[in-house]
Design a protein around this ligand. Structure first.
Ligand SMILES: [Zn+2]
Length: 387
């Protein structure tokens, strides 16, 4: 393990690498749920580089996210199904119509439970098993919980899923199929999150991103893979739907690591996309740039990004500044149209939330020219029988 320590993104305190870690002991959850003492994992990059690289490329012959083991906070791969190694492919018909030079789709629906969340779950389950836990939990509107339930079924852990009141029947059915203990909140996702975190005192392992600093490390492998798949030439733009803000922040960290290792020439601009009904991260971004917040209200069908209290907002806002990126919000009608276009013009099985990325790229094209840009769209998930 090349981890050298953990740094609090809120107060900057640095801690030694310990077996189990959650929030910064000094900051804790804090008074504002969107500004907890989230920790970030640091590595000895020079040493990691030596193990990561072989003659003419990466040294590992693994075909899952543990290909990047020297950049992960685990000793060795745990008992998990193969997460990561998802295809990045060019959707040339759709790309031509948008006028970009290349539209690359990172199809995270090819993961074991059909979502990018599996990358974080692979790390959580690996660590939970190594630490001797038998119970593991998360709060989720669906994909993270389904991912945890599936990986727990594989590894022989008891999975506890804290779901919001409005979790869909299809998603609850998946949780039951995987044998998870489902705890349905009377409230929304944010309330389910609070209820879930209360269980940490029972010795259960938390898979909640943000509070568990190691989850982002799994998710960042999506960026590491994009780097390798594009021959270490970064795309101009990376576009992704944003809820809790963990995923795009993790992708930003991955690209920063590639530049630090000398494997990427530059950082892509990160474009985060939220729903017009719920866009707290876009508001935070606008407020930093002296702009008034946009109106909010109503409901969004993009359940995976229907998050009122984004717990990794600070992390993402920093990555957006580093990359010269920005936040956008799009209506459900725009997302629905984008979902149809992804199917009709590119044959993609994308869930509604994932399609927000394409809607966001189209919204960006109305603000500034995207002509000649290379773009990576993150298709965060899609089960064929899901919404
Ligand atoms: Zn702190």
């Amino acid at each position: 393990v090349y981890v050298t320590g953990l740094t609090c993104l809120r107060c900057g305190t640095r801690y030694d690498w310990l077996g189990e870690a959650y929030l910064c002991p000094s900051c804790g959850p804090g008074p504002d749920p969107t500004d907890a003492g989230v920790l970030d994992v640091d590595y000895d990059y020079d040493a990691a580089r030596g193990e990561l690289l072989g003659a003419g490329g990466l040294a590992s012959d693994r075909r899952d996210l543990f290909r990047f083991l020297p950049l992960l906070p685990v000793e060795q791969p745990g008992p998990v199904p193969p997460a990561g190694n998802t295809p990045l492919y060019e959707a040339s018909r759709l790309g031509r119509r948008l006028g970009v030079s290349a539209l690359h789709l990172k199809d995270e629906a090819r993961n074991p439970t059909r979502a990018l969340k599996d990358r974080a779950t692979a790390i959580a389950v690996t660590r939970a098993k190594a630490l001797g836990h038998e119970d593991i939990f998360c709060a989720s509107a669906g994909n993270a919980a389904i991912s945890l339930a599936g990986f727990s079924a594989f590894a022989g852990l008891r999975a506890h899923a804290f779901v919001p009141r409005d979790a869909s029947a299809v998603r609850l059915n998946w949780l039951q199929r995987f044998g998870a203990d489902v705890r349905r909140s009377e409230g929304d996702y944010d309330e389910a999150y609070e209820e879930a975190e209360g269980k940490r005192s029972d010795g259960w392992y938390s898979r909640n991103c943000a509070f568990n600093p190691f989850q982002v490390e799994g998710k960042k492998t999506a960026a590491l893979e994009i780097g390798e798949q594009l021959g270490w030439k970064s795309p101009d733009l990376v576009v992704c739907a944003v809820g809790d803000a963990c995923t795009l922040a993790a992708i930003g960290k991955g690209f920063r690591e590639l530049t630090r290792l000398g494997l990427a020439d530059r950082l892509p601009r990160l474009i985060g996309v939220q729903a017009a009904a719920v866009h707290p991260v876009a508001d935070m971004f606008d407020s930093r740039h002296g702009r008034e917040p946009l109106p909010v209200g109503g409901v969004t069908k993009a359940v995976s990004i229907n998050v009122g209290k984004p717990r990794n907002a600070r992390r993402l806002l920093t990555e957006l500044e580093e990359s010269g990126g920005l936040m956008l919000s799009v209506t459900d009608d725009q997302i629905a149209a984008a979902q149809t276009e992804l199917a009709r013009d590119a044959g993609v099985v994308a869930e509604f939330t994932s399609a927000a990325a394409l809607a966001g790229l189209q919204a960006l094209a109305e603000r500034e020219s995207v002509a000649g840009k290379s773009v990576a769209l993150i298709i965060t998930g899609g089960r064929p029988d899901d919404a």
